[in-house]
Design a protein around this ligand. Structure first.
Ligand code: PHE
Ligand code: ZN
Length: 849
C-alpha cells in the first residue's frame, strides 16, 4: 500500500471543489469482466473556490480515453485519480473507462452478487466506477443509460426511456456521487403504490429474486407506513414518480439510501413468519424507514464533507427511532435504544476507538460508520429536542428544510437553525459534537426543612487525542416520589452545564426518593448510589417506564457485581422485584420481558471496569448463569404459566403486541430451561410454526448444552434458505460454552455452507464469536487467533467488513495482562501483514494506540 493512500484527512483542511457540475451523463455497457463506463460531465468554475488543480478521484479504473470539449487529452493517472490541464472556463469532460464488476470482492463500487449487478457508492465507491470528484459537496443531475441483456435495469430518479437491452433514467434532483446507484438483474417486483399529501402518485417496488417474492409484503407495508409518517410528523413528501428497493445478498452494511433506489442487504428486507423473527421484523421496519427518511435528511440535504456524517446519520437514526416508537411502544423502544447504546457506543467510547460524534480526522472514512456517529449522534438530537422543546424542534426542522434544501450542509448549519429559532446560545451544546467519551454524572443529595437538594457532578474521561474535557450541557430529567410511591414532582428537565451544580426542590413534606435520568434523557453513565431496597422501590413505583426498568437493571448489575466480587448470594430484594414485575398484568409484556432479562455480560464488564475492577469474562459468565438459575428457582412457580399464557394463538402476526407476548414467554422459557432440562423448549421447538418461537426454543436448548437433535432438524429444514442458515451458524457460536466457542467457530468455518466471502455469513460466525464474551476471551486465546487469521484472510478481499469485524478487539485494555498480551500479539500480527488494507491498518493501529 503506497503512502499516498495512508494519509490522514483533517476537517480543518476543507476546501470547496474548484468546479461545479450541472449535469453528468453516464453510459454503462455492463459486462462481468469488462464493463465500459462512458461519462460526459459539464464543469464550470466554482465562484466559491479560490482555484486549484483539476483532480478527479479514480480507484482501480482503467482509463480508455478522455476528451475535453471533444478534443482528446492525456491526463496523468495515479493510484488515487487523475489530473489534467483544463481551461479556466466552463468545459465538457468526457471519459471512457473499463472496470470488472465480477472481480470486485470488496462490494464497493459496481459489483456482482448472485448474477446481478449492483452498486454501493457511499462513502467513496463511485471512484471505483469512473473518474469523478467523489466528494459529497459536488452535486449534479445524473442521466444514466444502461445497456445489458438482463431484464431489469434500474438507476436513480425516474425512468426516461427503455428498449430491448437498454434503459435510461434521469434524476432531476442534484446529488453527490455517493447516492448514485445502478442495478441490473433477473429480478421480480413486489409492487405497491402511494399517493403523497399533494396527490402525487408514486409507484413502489421491492425487487428480489423471483424465489423471494413471498417475503416482501411486510417490507412494502413498512415503506408505506414510513412515507405516511414522514408526511404527518415532519411534513416531508416524496419527490419522484417511483421508489425502488432492491434486495442484495452480498452487502457490507445494512442498507443504502441511494436516491429513489435504495439497496438493501436482503437480511433487512425479506421476511416471512417461518424465516424471520419478531426482532427481524422490527429491524426491517426500522431500516426501511431509516433509508426512506434519508430522502430528506441525507439526500435533499446532504453533507458538505464526511466529517459531517452525523448530520445525516444521527438525524435519520433519531427519526427512525421516533417512527418505531410511534408504530410500537415508545417506552420499550427507548429502553431498547439505551441497551444498544450502552452495549455498542459506550464500549466504543471507553476504548481506543473513541472519537467525537463529529470526528476531526480520519484515514479511511468507512471506519467511521460507527455507533458513536449513528447512535450517539441520534442521542445528541434527542437532547437538543428535549432542551428546546417539541414545538421549537418542529420549527427548527422546518427552517432546516427550507434553508438548506439542495445543499451540502454542516453541523454548524444544523445548530444555527436551532439558535435562530430559539435565540439560544448553543456554543456549549456544540461540545457534544466535538468531545469524545461518555460523561459520568454522579449524584448526591440532602434533605432539610422540606427542601431537597440534588447535586450533580459531571466528568468525561480522557479519550485518544483529548486528555482534557470541558463540561457539557446535560439535560437530566428527574422526578420525585414520596415514600408511599406517589409522585410529588413530575418529570422536570434539569440543565446541568457546570462541572458541579445543585438543584433545590422545596415545599416537600418528607424526604423524597429521586428518579433520575428519566427517559434516558442523556447518553451518560449515572453514578447514583442507591441501596437495593430503594432500587426495588423504584422498580415497583416509578412512573417513568425507562427509570422503572433502569431501577431493575441497576439492581441486577449490583447483584451480579456482588456475586462476582464478594460471592454474595442474590439479594431477595431483586428476586422479589422480578416476581412483582412478572405478575403485574397491567404492564406491557414486552416491558416485563425487558425487566426479566439480565444485563448483558458486556454491560457487566463495563460496570466492573468503570468501578476500577478488572473484569474476568469467565467469572462474569458463571455469575450470570448462577443468577439465572437463582431467578428461575425463585420464580419456579410462575415461569411455566408465563410460558403457556404468552403463547399467542392463531396464525403468526408480527405486531408489537404479539411480539411482546412472545418476548415475555421466551424470556420465561430461557430461565425455565435451567430447571426443566429443556423439556419445555423441546416441546416448543417441535410445535412452533414461526421462526421467533423456533429460534428462542433452540437458543434455550443450546444455552444448557442440549439441542443437538434440534440443531440437525433445523439444518435439514432450512439448508436452502441463506438467511435462516445465517441464524443456524450464528446461534451455535453465540451459545457455545466458553471453552467450546473457538472450536465451534473453527468447525463451522470448515462447513461446506460457510461462504466467507458473503458478509452476512462471515458475520454470523465471527460477530457471534465476538459477542460470546466468555468464549471470545477464553483463556489461551484460541478465539483471538482464529479471528485474527480470518481477518487477515478477509482483508485481502473485503477490507470494509474485515475492518468492521476487527472491533471485536477494541475492549482489550480492560482485561488482565495475560489476555492483553495475547490480544496485543494478534493485533501486532495483523498490523505486520504485508499488503494490509488502509481500512484494517487504521483500525489495528488505533487499537494498538
Ligand atoms: N448510509 C447507510 C445508512 O445509514 C449506511 C451505509 C454506509 C451503507 C456505507 C453502505 C455503505 O443508512
Ligand atoms: Zn443512514
Amino acid at each position: 500500500m503506497d503512502d499516498a493512500t495512508q494519509q490522514t484527512i483533517y476537517l480543518k483542511d476543507y476546501k470547496p471543489f474548484p468546479w461545479l457540475i450541472d449535469d453528468v451523463h453516464l453510459t454503462f455497457r455492463l459486462d462481468g469482466t469488462a464493463t465500459r463506463v462512458s461519462s460526459r460531465i459539464a464543469f464550470r468554475p466554482n465562484p466559491a473556490s479560490d482555484g486549484g488543480a483539476f483532480f478527479l478521484h479514480g480507484d482501480g479504473v482503467t482509463l480508455i480515453g478522455a476528451r475535453i470539449d471533444g478534443r482528446p487529452v492525456t491526463p496523468v493517472v495515479t493510484a488515487a485519480g487523475l489530473t489534467c490541464a483544463v481551461p479556466d472556463r466552463a468545459f465538457t469532460w468526457e471519459a471512457e473507462v473499463e472496470i470488472a464488476p465480477a472481480a470486485n470482492t470488496a462490494l464497493s463500487g459496481l459489483y456482482m452478487s448472485n448474477g446481478m449487478y449492483c452498486t454501493q457508492c457511499e462513502a467513496e465507491g463511485f471512484r471505483r466506477i469512473t473518474f469523478y470528484p467523489d466528494r459529497p459537496d459536488v452535486m449534479a443531475r445524473f442521466h444514466v443509460r444502461i445497456e445489458c441483456a438482463l431484464p431489469v435495469l434500474l438507476s436513480n430518479g425516474n425512468p426516461t426511456g427503455s428498449g430491448p437491452d437498454w434503459a435510461e433514467w434521469t434524476d432531476p434532483w442534484p446529488k453527490p456521487a455517493y447516492l448514485f446507484a445502478l442495478v441490473a438483474g433477473d429480478l421480480a417486483a413486489h409492487p405497491g403504490a402511494f399517493t403523497t399529501m399533494s396527490g402525487r402518485q408514486v409507484a413502489l417496488n421491492i425487487w428480489v429474486r423471483p424465489a423471494d417474492l413471498a417475503k416482501c409484503a411486510f417490507g412494502m407495508q413498512a415503506l408505506i407506513r414510513a412515507m405516511e409518517w414522514d408526511e404527518r410528523v415532519y411534513g416531508r413528501e416524496y419527490d419522484l414518480d417511483i421508489f425502488n428497493i432492491v434486495a442484495v445478498d452480498d452487502f457490507n452494511m445494512g442498507a443504502m439510501e441511494n436516491k429513489g433506489l435504495n439497496i438493501f442487504n436482503s437480511a433487512l428486507v425479506l421476511a416471512s413468519p417461518q424465516t424471520a423473527t419478531d426482532l427481524n421484523y422490527e429491524r426491517i421496519e426500522g431500516v426501511i424507514a431509516h433509508e426512506y427518511f434519508h430522502n430528506w435528511t441525507g439526500n435533499r440535504i446532504t453533507c458538505r464533507d464526511w466529517f459531517q456524517l452525523c448530520l445525516k446519520e444521527g438525524l435519520t437514526v433519531f427519526r427512525d427511532q421516533q417512527f418505531t416508537g410511534d408504530m410500537r411502544s415508545r417506552a420499550v423502544k427507548r429502553i431498547d435504544d439505551a441497551i444498544t447504546l450502552r452495549a455498542r457506543q459506550f464500549r466504543e467510547d471507553g476504548g481506543p476507538l473513541a472519537h467525537p460524534v463529529r470526528p476531526e480526522s480520519f484515514v479511511e472514512i468507512n471506519n467511521f460508520y460507527t455507533a458513536t456517529v449513528y447512535e450517539k449522534g441520534a442521542e445528541v438530537i434527542g437532547m437538543l429536542k428535549r432542551l428546546v422543546g417539541d414545538d421549537a424542534y418542529a420549527r427548527a426542522l422546518t427552517l432546516y428544510f427550507d434553508r438548506h434544501d439542495g445543499q451540502a450542509a454542516t453541523i454548524e448549519d444544523w445548530l444555527a437553525v436551532f439558535a435562530d429559532v430559539t435565540g439560544r446560545d448553543l456554543t456549549q451544546f456544540a461540545r457534544w459534537y466535538g468531545q469524545a467519551g461518555t460523561p459520568r454524572v454522579s449524584v448526591s443529595d440532602a434533605y432539610a426543612d422540606g427542601t431537597y437538594t440534588l447535586t450533580l457532578r459531571q466528568t468525561t474521561p480522557p479519550t485518544p487525542g483529548q486528555p482534557d474535557k470541558q463540561p457539557q450541557v446535560i439535560p437530566v430529567a428527574v422526578g420525585l416520589l414520596n415514600p408511599n410511591g406517589d409522585q410529588v414532582l413530575p418529570t422536570t428537565v434539569l440543565e446541568l452545564t457546570q462541572a458541579e451544580q445543585s438543584f433545590q426542590f422545596s415545599g416537600l413534606s418528607s424526604r423524597p426518593i429521586p428518579s433520575i435520568l428519566r427517559d434516558f434523557s442523556a447518553p451518560v453513565i449515572l453514578d447514583h448510589p442507591l441501596g437495593n431496597a430503594t432500587r426495588a422501590f423504584l422498580l415497583a413505583h416509578d412512573t417513568d417506564p425507562f427509570a422503572k426498568w433502569e431501577a431493575g437493571r441497576t439492581l441486577a448489575r449490583d447483584v451480579v457485581a456482588a456475586m462476582i466480587l464478594h460471592g454474595t448470594a442474590p439479594d431477595p430484594a431483586y428476586l422479589d422485584g422480578l416476581r412483582t414485575a412478572l405478575r403485574a398484568d397491567s404492564l406491557d409484556p414486552a416491558f416485563r420481558a425487558l425487566v426479566l432479562a439480565l444485563p448483558s455480560e458486556e454491560e457487566t464488564a463495563q460496570a466492573l471496569h468503570g468501578a476500577g475492577h478488572i473484569p474476568d469474562p469467565l467469572a462474569i459468565n458463571q455469575s450470570h448463569e448462577a443468577l439465572r438459575r437463582a431467578i428461575a428457582g425463585h420464580l419456579a412457580d410462575l415461569l411455566p404459566g408465563v410460558v403457556a399464557a404468552m403463547a399467542v394463538p392463531g396464525p403468526y402476526s408480527p405486531t408489537a403486541q404479539a411480539a411482546g407476548q412472545r418476548a415475555l414467554g421466551n424470556a420465561a422459557l430461557w430461565l425455565w430451561s435451567r430447571l426443566d432440562g429443556g423439556l419445555a423448549a423441546q416441546a416448543q421447538f417441535a410445535v412452533a410454526d414461526n421462526m421467533t418461537m423456533k429460534l428462542a426454543a433452540l437458543a434455550s436448548l443450546l444455552a444448557i448444552g442440549a439441542g443437538r437433535a434440534e440443531l440437525a432438524a433445523f439444518h435439514a429444514a432450512w439448508s436452502g434458505d441463506r438467511l435462516v442458515m445465517d441464524k443456524w451458524f450464528g446461534l451455535q457460536v453465540a451459545h457455545a460454552a466458553p471453552a467450546q466457542a473457538a472450536t465451534t467457530a473453527a468447525a463451522l468455518t470448515a462447513h461446506p455452507a460457510f461462504d466467507w466471502k458473503n458478509p452476512n455469513r462471515f458475520r454470523a460466525v465471527f460477530g457471534a464469536l465476538a459477542g460470546n464474551m466468555a468464549g471470545f476471551h477464553d483463556a489461551g486465546g484460541a478465539s483471538y487467533r482464529l479471528l485474527a487469521d480470518w481477518l487477515i484472510r478477509l482483508d485481502a478481499l473485503n477490507p470494509q467488513t474485515a475492518a468492521r469485524t476487527s472491533t471485536a478487539f477494541d475492549s482489550w485494555r480492560r482485561f488482565d495482562t495475560g489476555r492483553q498480551a495475547l490480544i496485543r500479539a494478534e493485533l501486532t500480527r495483523i498490523a505486520a501483514t504485508p499488503g494490509l488494507s488502509r481500512d484494517l491498518a487504521e483500525m489495528v493501529g488505533r487499537m494498538l494506540g
